[in-house]
Structures are given as structure tokens and as C-alpha cells.
Design a protein around this ligand. Structure first.
Ligand SMILES: C[S@@+](CC[C@H](N)C(=O)[O-])C[C@H]1O[C@@H](n2cnc3c(N)ncnc32)[C@H](O)[C@@H]1O
Length: 206
């Protein structure tokens, strides 16, 4: 029997991903990291970390006393992330794992971040993944999500044209993801910023 997909892996894109997406020093990444507002010493998990751009900025924010872990379903993206972190002399632990089976104990992280990855997940994995994020967060933990959640009115035609065909993404064109997050037990789900393509949510566990 064919195994059900856990998400759209970007293994095939690992060699080119950094040339087609915003790098660590870009305005986009700086905006993301400033919204997350990390503190020194915090423990951070980047789910669907890709080549680790946000993980690297997170490590620079939490410093030597903090800890950053990154997981991605695509082993080749993980290899790229490891190489970049080593090249920048940063201690970040990257592992190949899926969001629905996070290899960490309950209540381990202060902050979980997820950038542009939820639209890669089938709906059942979105639900399981949210439960896992809830589980690995500390009681007072925070969750930062940036993804397509409901398009800006100026980009609706383009977004619908690009994404309506893919069921995991279609789900997120109609504002359903914030509701799903709330249903997964998180206490507050606050829209921190709405861009032309992505929304940025700050979510608290308890
Ligand atoms: C568009 S990329 C975003 C990467 C990175 N977060 C960023 O901001 O550039 C989405 C990533 O999610 C990963 N992914 C897809 N399904 C996943 C799953 N079930 N668990 C963990 N990662 C997954 C893909 O392999 C890909 O690297």
C-alpha cells in the first residue's frame, strides 16, 4: 500500500532554494525575526526549517546560552542548513523529521517558529503538527507562524490562480488556518502583520 504523504518535501530544490528565496540578511527575514522578539537564552524550534535562514537568525538572537533546533522532512534541505550553520560558526542542531512526530520531549521549547511551511501539509498533518507544536512548547510558550492564511485583496487573483489547485494550499486561501490553530488548544492567535502574500501570527499556548 502506498504511504500517505506527510507534506510537499523540497528535497529536489535544495541546491536552488537559497537563490529563489530571501536570504538571512534580507528585509523579509529581518521583519520575521523582529516580530518573533526572541530573548537571550531561549530554546527555539524551527519546524520546516528548509535551509535554515530563520534558524540562523534565531541563534544569533538567543546567543550562546540559547538553543536552536531545526527540523525538515527533506534530508537535503537539512544538509544545506547544517553546512550554512557550520560556515557561520553557529551551533544549531538540524534533523530530518516530520512535524507530526517531533523528536523532542513535552514542554521543551520557549518558542516554535514556522515560516512558509504549513501550506505544504495535508490537512490531517496540519492538525497533528499543531498538536505536536502544542506538546513541545512550555506552558508559557509562543508560536510564530508566517504563511498564506487569507490573501490580501490586491493579490487574491494571483494567489487563487497559483494555489487553488493544491489541496493543502487551497485550505489556507480561505482563512481556515487561524481557526484550526485555536481549535488545537492555543489560547491566543493574534495577527501581527498582513502582507501582500503572507500573514504573520503570534500565538500563545496558555
Ligand atoms: C517553502 S519551504 C520553507 C522553508 C523555510 N522555513 C523558509 O522560511 O525558507 C517549506 C519546507 O517545509 C518542508 N516540509 C514539508 N512537509 C514537511 C513536514 N511534514 N514536516 C517538516 N517539514 C516539512 C519542506 O521540505 C520545505 O523545506
Amino acid at each position: 500500500m502506498k504511504e500517505k504523504s506527510k507534506g510537499i518535501s523540497l528535497n529536489y530544490l535544495s541546491d536552488y532554494y537559497d537563490t529563489i528565496t530571501p536570504a538571512e540578511g534580507s528585509r523579509f527575514r529581518r521583519k520575521q525575526i523582529s516580530l518573533i522578539n526572541l530573548r537571550e537564552g531561549e530554546k527555539v524550534l524551527d519546524v520546516g526549517c528548509g535551509t535554515g535562514a530563520l534558524s540562523i537568525l534565531a541563534k544569533l538572537s538567543v546567543g550562546d546560552t540559547g538553543e536552536v533546533e531545526g527540523v525538515d522532512i527533506a534530508p537535503k534541505m537539512i544538509a544545506k542548513a547544517q553546512k550554512k550553520a557550520r560556515g557561520s560558526d553557529l551551533r544549531i542542531s538540524f534533523r530530518a523529521a516530520s512535524i507530526d512526530e517531533l523528536p523532542y520531549p513535552d514542554g521543551y521549547f520557549d518558542v516554535v517558529v514556522s515560516s512558509m511551511m504549513f501550506h505544504h501539509l495535508p490537512v490531517d498533518i496540519k492538525k497533528k503538527g499543531l498538536k505536536e507544536i502544542y506538546r513541545v512548547l512550555k506552558k508559557e510558550g509562543r508560536f510564530f507562524l508566517s504563511d498564506f492564511c487569507s490573501p490580501h485583496y490586491l493579490t487574491i487573483p494571483l494567489m487563487y490562480l497559483m494555489f487553488i489547485w493544491i489541496s493543502s494550499t487551497r485550505y489556507q486561501l480561505f482563512g481556515k488556518l487561524p481557526t484550526l490553530i485555536k481549535k488545537s488548544g492555543f489560547r491566543t492567535v493574534r495577527l501581527a502583520k498582513k502582507g501582500f502574500f503572507l500573514e504573520y501570527y503570534l500565538i500563545t499556548k496558555d
